[in-house]
Design a binder for this molecule. Sequence first.
Ligand SMILES: Nc1ncnc2c1ncn2[C@@H]1O[C@H](COP(=O)(O)O)[C@@H](OP(=O)(O)O)[C@H]1O
Ligand SMILES: [Mg+2]
Length: 384
Amino acid sequence: MEEPNIDSDKYSKELEVGVRVVQLACCLCQKVQKGSDQKGSSFGPNPDHVVSKDDDSPVTVADWSVQATISWILSETFGRENVSIVAEEDAQTLSDPNAATLLGSVVATVNETLSMAPRFGLKSPAAPLGDSEVLDAISRCNSTGGPVGRHWVLDPVDGTLGFVRGDQYAVALALIENGRVMVGVLGCPNYSSKKKLVNNSNVGKLSSDLWQEGCVMYTKKGSGQAWMQPLVHGDGILEWPNSASIIRVSSIDNPAMATFCEPVEKANSNHSYTAGLAYSVGLRKQPLRVYSMVKYAAIARGDAEIYMKFAKAGYKEKIWDHAAGVVIVEEAGGVVTDAGGRPLDFSRGVYLEGVDRGIVACSGVNLHEKIIGAVYASWDSSHL
Ligand SMILES: Nc1ncnc2c1ncn2[C@@H]1O[C@H](COP(=O)(O)O)[C@@H](OP(=O)(O)O)[C@H]1O
Ligand SMILES: [Mg+2]
């Protein structure tokens, strides 16, 4: 496919609004996660508010609240009729009459968040949203994307398990136009804009000072650049354009010096297969196991060189788990493909159809070629 010509002003407003609303959403998530410190607030962790979905993965007040908030802001900003959103959550559980308390928490969290929107350069509603408006904002994110038109792609809380455990998670928003990811914004509330993910012992809990700051990374397709800004905290105001720094992938291309990341959960990626690949290409460091798209963030800003994910045969990757991270890594100088070396295809609906075996993101072509070569060499003897 030929690369489209992208004029530099195109998508500027989408990028700006995307960054503003992801900053706001990160603030929401931090308040929910640290809720025990926010006495008297409607935010707060409540074990009853972590619900198991049909696939046994968790969903929380934060997931629904972020989705409702971002959906409402995008509709207000660009006009409801112009906004198509493909997002992870639906409103079914919340609409159940038995879920009134849960819905009450989501509505309170959304309203408390939207009341802060002006600090982020966004509009607040004239009056607090009611239950039906919040449910409507969540349920209209039911687009299935596809090859034609503009679609926002949202994972409100990616790595919900990391979120529930006080560990790494991300708010991921992307804009796809005609099947290509044109804008990516990745909010990483527990990934400090200053400190590196040095080793596993640093992939720690919220109590660690290391994570307090958080960051948001973003890019526009074809800009050849990706940026990072710290999260807005306390009563801070989000300025735009602001003092974001340019991020760049690592220049290390010697496997012996390189670090690879992968999912924490064995169920999400085959750790023994990646250990074999790592050994065969000469990677010597321990893998960095990190929840969520923070793995893409780590590659984009040079904290690690390789991200590999080999899900069980039959698992279909969703576009919201990759879109924002892929475009940020690419514009920061990296390469992302499936394990057969082909680009990921965001044009075929909710799923990344046709992914060959797994996903490989690298800081540069040398390491990438080595990993893809090792996959070809080892596949027959693997036990996926
Ligand atoms: N069986 C499976 N195999 C691979 N990935 C899975 C999976 N079940 C869930 N996932 C995806 O893996 C994401 C978490 O990524 P990671 O394992 O890298 O932290 C989940 O995102 P959510 O937490 O948003 O549901 C989910 O989309
Ligand atoms: Mg996800």
